[in-house]
Design a protein around this ligand. Structure first.
Ligand SMILES: [Zn+2]
Length: 121
């Protein structure tokens, strides 16, 4: 695994996530009238976007940390037990910080901090 490729991959993911945030923010400029009632599709959609926006912002922070670990040369090393993280796992979760064994013992609280990526880990 060459770190240069990893760096590009994390940066690309970061760019994509930032674009996503920009798109969501634009879409959310038109806040629906809550007078429509809670179940109105416009409101449901707005609230969904808000949740996505929050997740995307957390993801940006996580990816930025991954970049700084790459710069420090500690990328791909488990934060908890210092074992190398399997390349397949890094391929799916470029900003992952724990090896699969530690992630399992850390439980769902850690996994839930990786938005939308709870599966296939
Ligand atoms: Zn570990």
């Amino acid at each position: 695994m060459t770190m240069e490729n990893e760096y590009e991959k994390v940066e690309a993911e970061l760019t994509r996530t930032r674009e996503n945030i920009a798109r969501l923010e634009k879409e959310m400029e038109d806040k629906p009238d809550y007078g429509l009632g809670e179940g109105d599709p416009a409101i449901v959609r707005w609230e969904l976007n808000q949740a996505l926006l929050q997740q995307s912002r957390e993801r940006v922070a996580s990816l930025e940390q991954a970049l700084s670990r790459l710069e420090q040369g500690i990328y791909g090393v488990c934060e908890r037990c210092s074992s190398p993280i399997h390349p397949d796992r890094l391929a799916v979760l470029p900003d992952v910080r724990l090896c699969i064994r530690c992630a399992r013992t850390a439980g769902s609280s850690y996994l839930s901090s990786v938005p939308g990526r709870q599966q296939n880990t």
